[in-house]
Design a protein around this ligand. Structure first.
Ligand code: MG
Length: 384
């Protein structure tokens, strides 16, 4: 019986994970859950899965849940960190979105857990620290992001020297093929209509700008140790090939399935074992065609900025991420247009003085600085 904690259990990945777990009750026991503010759903989840410990952001909500449910419900950053490192968990699914997932992920890493990592931002902003601490504590990190799960599955059992490069696929999002002027007109509602994947709002916007792919390139760089010139991106609108590796003899190995996060979640939960039928059958004859094309970085420059941030390293990826989080929030508030998102990121990165990111304080400071700077850039934009 594997004891599982889910950080961010009310989000899209958290809910899918609980779906997987509920099908295999004989293999998994949920011991910890955390949520930000969806208290109603968390309460339902606690009743259904009986964890021993839970945490929410706000103390008043924690108090209410404690009274109602009679289990330990902690609150705030320290409460979430305590659940992340809870000693009875064997496996921690890190599924909080954005920079907010960094400290909970670090707590689980430092406690030496096996971690199913869905929070890509923690590797983007503090990849050196997370990976170094994992080596120190003996924590294992298993990717849950579908592309990284695919690469993980392709690499398995192969020597690093046999791999020439990795190719991360991208659906291209809802605006694939649109011109810059057409992109000027798109709304938040348009951006939230992802063709293949059903995901949270922030990641859906990121996938429309291709920033999600940019963050994934940096995530792959940190997770697998490939240099920037060994990581390529191809647009693959069908989202069937989740990523591939090219071997030194020019063969490709790819991982295919229907686009369903339950696959990578279940694989992380049971690695190296596989469960039966975690996803629907992939009927390739019904799919018919698998197509690939180069990303259009003129219309979607966020991908280029991510490569730049990765090459610069140090605090630059943290600045890229923070500026992106602020710009996406402003787009969702209708303060800026879709084409302004990359401008905010670029203008913020341009004035950042990069520092090493070997200490967590440097990352936190870069994140804080970049958020402030990005907000200034947005204010100027709104005025003009
Ligand atoms: Mg992904």
């Amino acid at each position: 019986m594997k004891h599982v904690t889910i950080l961010g259990s009310t989000g899209s990945i958290g809910r899918s994970a609980l779906e997987v777990i509920s099908r295999y009750r004989d293999r998994f026991k949920v011991v910890g859950l955390t949520a930000k503010n969806n208290i109603g759903l968390l309460e339902e989840q606690i009743k259904a899965f009986n964890p021993e410990i839970a945490a929410v952001a706000d103390e008043t909500c924690a108090l209410e849940l404690r009274k109602k449910l009679g289990i330990r419900v902690l609150s705030g950053d320290s409460g979430i960190a305590e659940v992340a490192s809870y000693n009875k968990a064997d496996f921690v699914l890190s599924a909080i979105i954005g920079f907010a997932g960094l400290f909970p992920t670090l707590s689980a890493v430092r406690a030496g857990k096996t971690i199913g990592l869905a929070n890509k931002e923690s590797l983007v902003v503090a990849g050196e620290i997370v990976m170094k601490d994992a080596v120190k504590s003996g924590a294992k990190i298993i990717p849950v992001d579908s592309e990284h799960s695919a690469i993980f599955q392709c690499i398995e059992g192969r020597g690093r020297e046999s791999i020439k490069r990795i190719v991360i696929t991208a659906s291209g999002g809802p605006f694939l093929g649109k011109s810059r002027s057409e992109l000027n007109e798109v709304t938040i509602e348009d951006a939230l209509k992802h063709p293949n994947w059903d995901m949270g709002k922030k990641i859906t916007i990121d996938s429309a700008t291709l920033m999600n792919k940019g963050l994934e390139v940096i995530e792959a760089h940190r997770l697998f140790g490939f240099s920037h010139d060994m990581i390529d991106v191809l647009i693959h609108p069908q989202s069937i090939v989740h990523s591939m590796i090219e071997l030194k003899d020019r063969s490709y190995i790819a991982q295919l399935s229907v686009p369903d996060m339950k696959g990578p979640i279940a694989y992380a939960l049971t690695y190296p074992e596989r469960l039966d039928d975690t996803m629907p059958f992939l009927d390739l004859s019904a799919v018919g065609k698998l197509t690939f094309e180069k990303p259009d970085t003129e219309c979607f420059p966020c991908l280029l900025y991510a490569y730049e941030a990765m090459k610069e390293g140090g605090t630059m990826p943290a600045v890229l991420n923070a500026a992106n989080e602020v710009a996406v929030a402003a787009f969702m508030q209708r303060e800026i247009g879709f084409n302004d998102i990359p401008v905010v990121i670029k203008n913020t990165m341009q004035v950042h003085e990069r520092k090493p990111a070997l200490e967590i304080d440097a990352v936190v400071e870069a994140d804080r600085w970049a958020r402030e700077k990005a907000k200034e850039v947005i204010k100027l934009k709104v005025k003009n």
